[in-house]
Write a protein that binds this ligand. Sequence first.
Ligand SMILES: [Fe+2]
Length: 203
Amino acid sequence: MAPHRSSTRSSRKAGSEPWVHTSGTEIQEFGTVRMFPLGLSFDARMYSCQRLNQLLADTQILYSLYKKHHWLMRGPTFYQLHLLLDKHAGEQLELVDLLAERVQTLGGVAIGDPRLVAEITVVPRPPDGVEEVPAMLSRLIQTHETILTAAHDAAARAQEMGDDGTNDILVSDVIRTGELQTWFLIEHLVDTPLVEAPHNGHR
Ligand SMILES: [Fe+2]
């Protein structure tokens, strides 16, 4: 039974009863920025937030693809790739937080709900089942390239508009991490002999 209204009030005054089941109106719409005194124009902050949110959505998808492929991996290199993809997933998750908090720092609203992520991302949806291992790796590499291409462009545009902080995050974190992870994936797609060098001339 719900407590009597007046007793609830007095308990709340004492700081012991939580206010739960509260609903309210949205206080800042998605796609808007608040007036933060950062020495950056409104246009620069609006532009950066839009680009950062797109990268945030695509990075959340990349994180999820890494987890999916970490779980679904198979074959003789299962253990190595299982571990590598989980490491990359963890690093992408750090980028998700970094991108989201950059949006908030600029006065914007970061994408948080995966249903909005799904609406906004430009990364193609994979099959729900299991792909062949090279196809899984290629899918990750292509997703990296999509993000890298957008990050290079967004970094240059952010710098043109004076947003050095966003440029720094995109170059130092998003681009450098993405390039390094791409290298580690690509080396698994080189069909190199493990034991015998075909051109060694010692046969
Ligand atoms: Fe795991």
